[in-house]
Ligand binder design. Structure first.
Ligand code: ASP
Length: 322
């Protein structure tokens, strides 16, 4: 038993030729956020606080698709969403449809702690944010030039989500996932952590998919899909939300451990390799014993992890960067 932390900055069809200007800032952010998580766990911060802290940092980084770097809807607006869950208590909170809240993950935590509910969305969530005095800012803050360009590219190419039955799809209709150029839909962020007593927590935050319909809700705020934690493990997923929801990805990892006695590694591998369409899903997970599982069936996943026994890794594709 020992502490462990794992975080991700999105999974997808990340080209090996990803230009340095897109790669380096994300690698640096992963390294910095991993360090923050490690220091926090070493200083005995509870895992719930650790995952919130790390995800806030990732949300504040414009290179990821969450918070400041959120991708845009068909109408050029942002609709951020997030969820957080504590393993032992199974307390959880979720938010969707935010356009002024600087850190969606902290609002999700407030929903968990200050309301009788689990999930608030759109106007109600924004109103609650104001009541709670969380930091808000004009929504133009979240609309980066890079994301305007991504939206334009997606519109031009009619890169839309096939599930929404848009009439024209300049994508390979045989593939389930119309992941765009390997960069445009990347960057949902998440973090899982366990302390040396086996207390677990998970948090995930996103802007969703580029060119998503206004009002579309993905897996990220859905407990059991994008985020889950119980007394055995904590899981944060990323990828095509519609596939993750259908596969109840995060909960299935926990269920395979709970009902079939699989190890964390086996459970994560089973869900990603056998239970979800290829090219759609990635996840990070930790177990109460301090094990780490990283699994994806996409080309790559931005991620970083470390554990008390001295293991540490930061990677995008199958080999580490450090
Ligand atoms: N899962 C997110 C969504 O579908 C996107 C991502 O992970 O990049 O909203």
């Amino acid at each position: 038993m020992g502490w462990a932390v794992a975080l991700h900055g999105g999974a997808g069809d990340i080209p090996l030729s990803l230009p340095p200007e897109r790669r380096q800032p994300r690698e640096e952010a992963l390294r910095r956020c991993l360090q923050i998580g490690v220091e926090a766990l070493k200083s005995k911060m509870p895992p719930l606080d650790v995952v919130e802290l790390v995800v806030r940092e990732l949300e504040n980084c414009p290179h990821f698709n969450a918070g400041r770097g959120s991708v845009l809807t068909t109408k050029g607006t942002v609709e951020m969403e997030a969820s957080i869950m504590e393993g032992n208590t199974k307390k959880c909170g979720a938010v969707s449809g935010l356009n002024t809240v600087v850190n969606a993950i902290s609002l999700a935590r407030l929903v968990m702690e200050k309301t009788p509910h689990i999930y608030l969305a759109f106007d109600g969530a924004e109103e609650f944010a104001k009541e709670q005095g969380v930091e808000t800012i004009d929504s133009s803050h979240f609309i980066t030039a890079e994301n305007i360009e991504r939206l334009e590219q997606a519109r031009e190419a009619n890169r839309v989500q096939i599930d929404y039955t848009q009439p024209v799809q300049k994508i390979d209709a045989k593939k389930e996932t119309p992941m765009a150029n390997g960069d445009s839909q990347l960057g949902t962020v998440g973090c899982v952590a366990v302390d040396s007593h086996g207390n677990l927590a998970s948090a995930t935050s996103t802007g969703g998919l580029v060119n998503k319909m206004v009002g579309r809700i993905g897996d990220t705020p859905l407990i059991g899909a994008g985020t889950y934690a119980n007394e055995l493990c904590a899981v944060s997923a990323t990828g095509k939300g519609e596939s993750i929801i259908r596969g109840t990805v995060a909960r299935d990892v926990a269920a395979l451990m709970e009902f079939k006695g699989l190890s964390l590694e086996e459970a994560a591998k089973c869900v990603v390799d056998e239970r979800t369409p290829k090219g759609t899903v990635g996840l990070v997970a930790v177990s109460a014993k301090g094990e780490i599982a990283i699994s994806y069936n996409t080309t790559g996943m931005f991620r970083a992890c470390a554990s008390e026994d001295g293991y540490s890794d930061i990677a995008i594709w199958s080999s580490g960067l450090n």
